[in-house]
Write a new protein. Structure first.
Length: 452
């Protein structure tokens, strides 16, 4: 159900740790969202805290310091200084009901020096780290894909049961992953800087109540009301564990200050659930249902309305307002997508809405959307019905898979369905029921009173 998609915990990221002279570089690769979050100059304690707070998928990639002439081969992978399971039993951090630091140990896969991207002119350290870990992740995916293909081939005819996305997969490269960095980003009138906040260490985060230790009250539960959405709780916890750079923190401060100002207009009520990376994954795999796309329409419509707030407030108050600008700064930091002009972003949202509306039926939208003119006709959504001449379950089984979900105009032969269903029903009435002639009543049912 879609409610589960909007509140579901994001899938575990594949994590790579690169040992540098100035500390550790942590790269978190999200297979669902196709993002690569890069954090530089971390201490071993900060990396350990991150691994406990957000347990990685198996395996954990590790690239030793390039100056290590042994390539790290003589080092024990289970004793690396940043691994949280190196701690003694009395300092174990409880995560939910788990007794170990991460619930389970994750295999550490050491990357050979040949897979580590070397410095090159015009290639930043962030991009090098991203390419190294994303390439390692893609090699892992390729191995998994090859095994699945071989297994299906060895099964003979059963190999045809492999899903299409497994039988033929588009080649993915590190260029398909958006880079998200914890350093300050370049704004329209500012120069980029390498300023970044220092992440919390494990002991500090535990004492603050951010690590779900049962002996310490939760800070998030103390700050937010019980009715706060799960997505808000995740967001606040992540911002406290991984503080944003000063410029983004300042944007959040300005945004909150604007919302707290009683002289400003209240935000309009929005009916759009938060969407997780799972939705993106479903769309990319071609498995998103019509209900998922309808929720995306609601989210896009709400975002389009929010991007208009500054313009509406400036006209009503005769001055400039600052709500959208800090919001887009935070959006750019969170997604890695360059937001140059909010108006262009809104135009892209509206174009996406029109594209979805041209295919997906909007007849059963729970709420009307101000930025979408629904053109569905109710009779286009009705399953064929001709009375008792043909069991209704027959038409339901053949048409309900797309009626009310996909617009008939988007299907190649949907316009032939009503006439084909009518001919079928009339033929059955004549040949099976023995009707002398075809007559319809006022409800559109075939009259069988003259049948033999």
């Amino acid at each position: 159900p879609l409610e589960g998609l909007s509140v579901a915990t994001p899938g575990r990221s594949y994590v790579g740790v690169i040992e540098e002279k100035a500390g550790y570089t942590l790269v978190e690769v999200s297979a669902e969202e196709r993002t690569a979050a890069v954090s530089e100059r971390l201490t071993s304690e900060a990396v350990s805290c991150r691994l406990v707070a957000y347990p990685p998928a198996d395996p954990l990639f590790f690239a030793p310091f390039s100056a290590d002439t042994t390539g790290g081969m003589k080092r024990r992978l289970d004793r690396l200084p940043f691994l949280p399971w190196r701690q003694s039993s009395h300092s174990v951090v409880h995560v939910g009901s788990l007794s170990s630091p991460m619930g389970r140990k994750v295999r550490v896969k050491m990357l050979p020096s040949s897979l580590v991207v070397s410095p090159a002119p015009g290639l930043s350290d962030v991009e090098r780290a991203k390419q190294t870990i994303v390439s390692a992740f893609l090699r892992l995916e390729d191995d998994s894909f090859a095994r699945a293909t071989n297994d299906s081939a060895n099964c003979g005819e059963k190999g045809n049961s492999l899903p299409p996305k497994k039988r033929e997969r588009k080649r993915v490269s590190h260029d398909d992953f958006v880079t998200i960095t914890q350093s300050s980003i370049k704004n329209n009138n500012q120069q980029a800087s390498n300023t970044s906040a220092i992440p919390l260490h494990l002991e500090t985060a535990t004492q603050l109540g951010l690590m779900m230790d049962p002996s310490i009250p939760s800070l998030i539960s103390s700050v937010l009301p019980d009715s706060a959405p799960t997505s808000c709780r995740r967001f606040l916890r992540r911002w406290l564990l991984i503080p944003p750079p000063p410029s983004i923190a300042d944007a959040m401060s300005r945004l909150v200050r604007h919302l707290k100002d009683e002289s400003n207009r209240a935000l309009p009520s929005m009916n759009a659930p938060p969407l997780t990376g799972k939705v993106t994954s479903l769309i990319r795999a071609g498995q998103a249902s019509a209900s998922v796309y309808r929720e995306i329409l609601s989210a896009l419509d709400a975002a389009s309305e929010i991007l208009l707030l500054d313009e509406i407030d400036s006209k009503s108050r005769g001055g400039s307002c600052s709500l959208v600008n800090p919001l887009t700064q935070i959006l750019q930091h969170e997604t890695g997508i360059n937001v140059v002009n909010p108006k262009n972003l809104r135009t892209n949202f509206l174009d996406a809405m029109q594209l979805i509306e041209s295919v997906v039926s909007t007849q059963y939208l729970e709420f009307s959307l101000p930025n979408l003119k629904c053109k569905d006709e109710l009779n286009e959504e009705e399953v064929s019905f001709f009375g008792d001449v043909v069991p209704q379950a027959f038409f339901d089984r053949n048409e309900i898979v797309w009626r009310g979900r996909v617009k008939p105009t988007a299907l190649e032969h949907a316009d032939r369905v009503p006439e084909a269903a009518k001919r079928l029903a009339e033929t059955i009435a004549l040949d099976f029921w023995g009707a002398k002639m075809i007559e319809y009543d006022k409800d559109g049912k075939i009259d069988l009173s003259n049948a033999k």
